[in-house]
Ligand binder design. Structure first.
Ligand code: VGL
Ligand code: ZN
Length: 214
């Protein structure tokens, strides 16, 4: 069967880009031209996602006492089963609904998008993946959108490589999609840790691909 491919542009939002973003990814705007080029290709579906938090979101250091962004973490419990939990990094306040920071970056060719999927709306949990959080408390429409279109392969780009792009690629694999991450279309927020994380993605079955010929 021929494969049908979708492009997923993860969290390419003002707050994740320099110079004014609250949680700017180093060199985050360098990926703009590559993403806009990919948006001219004939993908069966072109989706952008947005990190879309209420200001009370659990991932903001400012919402916890004596916690620092980047260096502190917090235990996130499953609201439906307190015996399940995971540790999550705390961040500066970012991508708050209704603010400038939550908007997709100006230079992104938004007219070429078919749809925008918002995620991270439940204040009780952290949700890096554009599909669902680790407990499936919040499940976005992304998987249904892709499956309804008959998509079998996904190309993931956007920010940040080591958090939301990584988690989205992992869940795409789990959902049965052939999964690609386009190198020129993503940047990590913690560059020193990216090489190892990138390798772990490859080990899981994600294919790292380049837009340029070798
Ligand atoms: C992200 C940190 C916190 C991301 C979202 O989009 O990679 N990172 N929230
Ligand atoms: Zn976030």
């Amino acid at each position: 069967m021929a494969s049908k491919a979708a492009l997923i542009v993860v969290d390419f939002q003002n707050d994740f880009t320099p110079p004014h973003g609250a949680l700017a990814v180093p060199d985050g705007t360098d990926i703009t031209d590559s993403i806009n080029t990919l948006l001219t290709y004939p993908f069966a579906l072109k989706v952008a996602t947005r990190d879309f938090h209420p200001k009370t979101h659990i991932s903001f250091a400012a919402n916890h006492r004596n916690c620092q962004p980047f260096s502190s973490s917090i235990k996130v419990s499953n609201p439906n089963d307190e015996t399940q939990s995971y540790e999550a990094t705390l961040w500066p306040v970012h991508c708050v609904q209704g603010t400038w920071g939550v908007e997709l970056v100006d230079d992104l060719d938004k007219d070429s998008l078919d749809t925008v999927v918002d995620k991270g709306k439940d204040e009780r949990i952290e949700m890096y993946s554009a599909f669902h959080d680790p407990f499936r408390i919040e499940v976005s429409p992304l998987e249904s959108l892709l499956k309804d279109k008959g998509v079998t392969a996904v190309y993931v780009v956007g920010l940040a490589a080591d958090f939301c792009v990584k988690a989205t690629a992992e869940h795409a694999l789990e959902a049965g999609f052939e999964t690609y991450v386009v190198e020129e279309g993503t940047k990590p927020v913690m560059p020193e840790k990216w090489a190892d994380m990138r390798q772990s993605l490859i080990d899981k079955g994600v294919k790292m691909v380049s837009m340029h010929n070798e």
